[in-house]
Design a protein around this ligand. Structure first.
Ligand SMILES: Nc1ncnc2c1ncn2[C@@H]1O[C@H](COP(=O)(O)OP(=O)(O)OP(=O)(O)O)[C@@H](O)[C@H]1O
Length: 276
């Protein structure tokens, strides 16, 4: 058996001394190439897990291993996309997409030396793949929300991350655009098979995209239920209206409703450090 790319073992996160206990006794193992959706009541700690895995936060107690290391920084190439695709307004879309290549090694050195043209072509190819052919010269304010989110996906993928962290990336979009981007995200995952951790409130989205769905308890969050999603690929919107798909979504909805009304009181079992 291979070791997991992400391994949280009995993790606690408290924000500030005597502050919010966001996670308690949280265990989560994710194997390379999985597409895991984290769902649960609002404020249960989903984004906190993403921040831990991204290396933006340290556990107050418990163990965190990402790609075999205790510190995620530098352990693995990570791509990030959030609900609000923040773009640098002074850069065009192509240059925004290329930002990770200017920052992340080994691309950084080559970017400075010789490969800018080659990288620009890579950005254009990705933009074309997400339906933004010819948009590279536009400024962020010239694009719609859906177009910006597509560009943000390109930026998350341009440096070929082994780990893709998505925090409600489609939450602000209308339902038609959102569903288009599900299909696109599925295709991008099938092409390169990065490990994906997706935080979402949209249970249809989770069922459409994920190989596994982890339902969390209300805060302090931990994994309440861990379900494999076995629908065949590529999944289609038609499939998302089939009875077995609808019953999965309904079961998840019920589970989250239970988690909201019956908060689980948990006491940390190990000495805590305090998160910033
Ligand atoms: N930097 C911080 N300082 C203090 N408390 C925080 C901080 N970040 C998050 N929290 C608190 O920790 C808890 C978990 O937050 P987190 O953002 O991880 O939840 P979430 O499940 O992603 O929420 P939502 O579904 O509403 O986006 C919440 O009560 C939140 O208010």
């Amino acid at each position: 058996m291979t070791s997991p790319i992400i391994d949280l073992a009995d993790v606690t996160v408290r924000y500030g001394a005597n502050g919010t206990l966001a996670l308690s006794s949280t265990d989560l193992r994710i194997e390379q190439g999985e597409f895991v959706a984290l769902v649960g009541p609002s404020g249960c700690g989903k984004s906190t897990i993403l921040k831990l895995v991204a290396g933006l936060l340290q556990p107050s107690s418990g163990g965190l291993i990402v790609a075999g290391r205790e510190s995620p920084a530098g352990a693995v190439r990570i791509g990030l996309a959030f609900q609000n695709p923040t773009m640098m307004p002074w850069l065009n879309i192509r240059d925004n997409v290329m930002i990770p290549l200017k920052i992340v090694e080994p691309f950084r050195q080559d970017y400075a030396r010789k490969k800018r043209g080659e990288y620009a072509e890579r950005a254009e190819a990705l933009l074309a793949q997400v339906g933004l052919a010819g948009m590279g010269d536009k400024r962020p304010w010239q694009l719609s929300g859906g177009m910006l989110q597509r560009a943000s996906l390109c930026r998350a993928l341009i440096h070929e991350p082994q780990l893709l962290l998505l925090d409600e990336p489609f939450g602000a979009l209308d339902s038609f655009t959102r569903e288009e981007l599900w299909s696109l995200t599925q295709q991008l995952w099938l092409d390169k098979k990065p490990t994906v951790l997706l935080v979402t409130h949209d249970l249809r989205e989770a069922a459409y995209l994920a190989t596994r769905i982890c339902v969390m308890t209300s805060r302090p969050g931990r994994i309440l239920e861990d379900r494999a999603v076995d629908f065949p690929r590529p999944r289609t919107l038609e499939m998302s209206y089939a009875p077995e798909f609808a019953s999965l979504v309904q079961a998840l909805r019920m589970r989250i409703a239970e988690a909201r009304t019956a908060p689980v009181a948990l006491v940390p079992t190990q000495p805590e450090k305090v998160a910033a």
